[in-house]
Design a protein around this ligand. Sequence first.
Ligand code: V47
Length: 362
Amino acid sequence: MNERLESIARKVRAAERIAPAEALALWEEAPLWLLGRLAWERKLSVSGDRVFYNRNFHIEPTNLCLFNCRFCSYRRPKGSPEAWEMTPDEIVAMARSYRGRGITEVHIVGGVHPDHGLDYYLDMIRSVKGVLPEATVKAFTAIELAYMIRRAGLSLDEGLRQLREAGMEAIPGGGAEIFDEELRARICPEKGTAAEWLAVHDAAHRLGIPTNATILYGHVETVAHRIDHLDRLRRQQDLTGGFDAFIPLKFRSAGNALSDAGEVSVTEDLRMLALSRIYLDNIPHIKAYWVMYGKATAELALAFGADDLDGTIDDTTRIYSMAGAEDRRPRMSVDEIRSIARAAGLRAVERDTFYHEIPTRP
Ligand code: V47
């Protein structure tokens, strides 16, 4: 190992923060085993032998979307036979079908629908919460939120307050994509800016609403772009501290305008996870979203710094199956999650949205 690498590894082990240039050096020069070992050690010091999971399902109310992001396989234009829009009754019926099944989180994300006002979303949240009062509603990406709040003529703060009052208790991490302005203009030119994404999370954190963060990697960006993205998140977290989890999202190439970019290797996925764990020293949880990796890679991810697998899902999300993920009908039983954790030498621990542990139950 060269001297530079040795000194960076020493810093990481001493829980000292590394700079962007050091992250780049780690990426370019560290062998996989070293990245993995550093991330594993960091994971152990944060969450010990635990791997978190939750009992959740998703509601994807629509795949109509104002924006046409080039990496997206999910969106359909109005009039397309593959476009869908759930009615409020269908949404309530879906939530009702999960009554009595131990669900602790409902994740609601869809396209940015052109026609709905804020009241529509407030009613949606109230109705889901009304049917499943014990579950946390984690809803809408920062992009959807910015749009619905702006359309209502409200400040971010006021809009988020109203949504929280209706029952939105946490915000998922989607819509971050890649923060670099030039790249964003190439892959999702119409979508809200990086500054807008960060402003929504900043406002949410200041209101005490916890959120997640993501990156979409493995398309046309460079490693320096990824590190810049991580750096902006780390700086935001220093200011407001409200990110619970970071989720590196691997670009899946089927059925979208960026298909030619292909997909990065599993080895690169593991390097990305490890780098995220090492760089984001102020975000406690790194999620290996099994729906996007597939179950086999998710198990591997647990040796590279991840401490969360996300949830049972119950075949309720299409975003990744439409983009080419192996699992066409993603669902995982609690037993399966436990055996993945066990195989990785770790202990599966059920959590709620806020990472409170839930005592073992069948
Ligand atoms: O923002 C879209 C990504 C995200 C593709 O917060 C794609 O707990 C890969 O954010 N290949 C939405 N990714 C999903 C998301 C998420 C998922 C699970 C848990 C949480 C959480 C958040 O999906 C979008 C976009 O970055 N995405 N298309 C694609 N072809």
